[in-house]
Design a protein around this ligand. Structure first.
Ligand SMILES: [Fe+2]
Length: 460
């Protein structure tokens, strides 16, 4: 039962970092002893510590990537995404050093200064230049360009054996698929201080469970790898079954209009908050090189990146029990596994996010505020292949934008673990008797399916 905002207890074991987050909007990080556990120590003792912290708080922050690896991953984003924006000269970004010379992302002599210039803190002139040339979804800070889904550096995190082992322990699942998700590139001053929400409907879940039904809330573990300092907004302990029961009991009468069919739930700032959840909100400081993993049932939010902070670079890296989910097909009429393979082999985005929300190449609200989309359309040269049209709700032909495939895309090489994180081959080997936990019935079926799909997706 969690009524009070008790400061988290330090977790036994090595504390690798302590940090106090300077928060905007009066948001307090709630404690002085932010505990970060070592994600490279997968000894049984440390795995137990990680699991204990995760179960108690609903999240765990792991020290994971070296500074050199973070630098490499930031440069990868600049090479493959940020410097590949198709805008006209006026909007295209140029990275300059302190003396004003143009820096080349591929010149090793420029590397150190290039990184300093693109991470910041940014001076106002550089920030404005980047705002002008930044990709779509600048406000959220994670674009949906085709290039972001299968970057080789991102796959090196997705298929990292230590991370997989930790995810497997805390999600209590032997066979996991990794999310096909996007990279993060968020400028200072961007983002919204969004109110707290659950990524599922706690009222519908509780009702179903009270009636002896199955738990349909999301499974697995959510996460983000941070190459530069970041933050995570949440309310500690709100993932637990005890809290969920209490929450539903206390808040159900305050939210009589929540439909059982609603997929998500957000708190309303104008309504009473008997468990003081807004006051218990914390922004955990996430140091560069960390992976923060949170429970899919944790109450969480977002906040604006403070203007004096470095640019946030990273990627979302979550895991869920291997196998195509029915909900995926129900929402978009596409088999989840087929969609994952299509995304990987063609180098394009999936149809849905792991949450089953539809992937939007540009923010959905642009459809209702065409001048916002127009702001991006005008950055492209006339006749550019990203320019196209759609039929609006009123039946009018209106201009729009479409993603382009990555020129010369080659699927990044995957290890055996990476392959099993993308799809199901290993399941059939590890499950006695041979059977696949995902979509196929037999070992033979798995291989036949693999070669068929590889052939289809790489040739058509
Ligand atoms: Fe969310």
């Amino acid at each position: 039962m969690l009524h009070e905002s008790a400061p988290p207890q330090p977790i036994e074991g090595p504390v690798l970092g302590k940090r106090k987050e300077p928060c905007e909007s009066g948001l307090d990080d709630g404690n002085d002893t932010e505990t970060i556990l070592n994600g490279r120590d997968v000894s049984p003792t440390n795995l137990k510590r990680i699991k204990t912290a995760y179960e108690k708080n609903g999240l765990v922050c792991l020290s994971f990537l070296t500074p050199a690896k973070c630098d490499e991953l930031i440069l990868e984003q600049w090479r493959k995404v940020l410097l590949k924006q198709e805008w006209t000269e006026e909007y295209r970004m140029t990275v300059r050093g302190r003396d004003g010379i143009v820096l080349d992302v591929d010149n090793t002599d420029h590397r150190k200064e290039f990184l300093k210039s693109v991470v910041g803190p940014l001076d106002p002139k550089t920030r404005k230049m980047m705002e002008k040339g930044w990709p779509l979804h600048r406000g959220f800070g994670a674009c949906c360009d085709s290039a972001v889904y299968h970057l080789e550096g991102v796959w090196s995190i997705r298929q990292d054996p230590d991370l997989y082992q930790i995810a497997s322990i805390i999600a209590e699942e032997e066979n996991l698929w990794v999310d096909v998700n996007r990279s993060i590139q968020k400028l200072p001053g961007q983002g919204e201080s969004e109110f707290l929400h659950y990524d599922f409907n706690p009222f519908a879940r509780q009702k179903m469970m009270n009636e002896g039904g199955v738990d349909v809330s999301p499974k697995g573990v959510c996460g983000k790898a941070c190459y530069t300092p970041s933050r995570f907004v949440y309310v500690e302990g709100t993932h637990s079954d005890d809290f969920q029961k209490e929450f539903v009991n206390v808040y159900k009468d305050l939210y009589p209009n929540v439909k059982m069919s609603d997929k998500k739930f957000g708190l309303d700032a104008k309504k009473p908050d008997p468990l003081h959840l807004a006051a218990r909100k914390r922004a955990m400081a996430i140091p560069a090189g960390s992976v923060v993993m949170w429970h899919p049932r944790l109450l969480h939010g977002q906040m604006k990146t403070p203007i004096g902070d470095p640019v946030e670079y990273g990627n979302y890296v979550g895991f869920f029990p291997a196998g195509s989910r029915e909900g995926y097909h129900a929402v978009c009429n596409v088999n989840e596994l087929k969609d994952r393979l299509r995304s990987y082999y063609k180098g394009i985005g999936p149809v849905l996010w792991p949450s089953f929300d539809k992937v939007q190449y540009y923010p959905y609200r642009f459809n209702n505020f065409p001048h916002l989309l127009q702001g991006y359309i005008k950055k492209l040269p006339p006749g550019h292949p990203m320019l196209c049209t759609r039929i609006s709700g009123k039946g009018l032909v209106v201009p729009t934008l479409k993603p382009l495939p990555v020129p010369g895309y080659q699927p990044p090489p995957l290890s055996d673990l990476g392959t099993s994180c993308l799809w199901c081959r290993v399941c059939s080997i590890v499950s006695p008797p041979p059977q696949c936990l995902c979509v196929c019935e037999s070992l033979v079926g798995v291989y036949v399916l693999e070669f068929t799909w590889i052939y289809i997706y790489s040739h058509f």
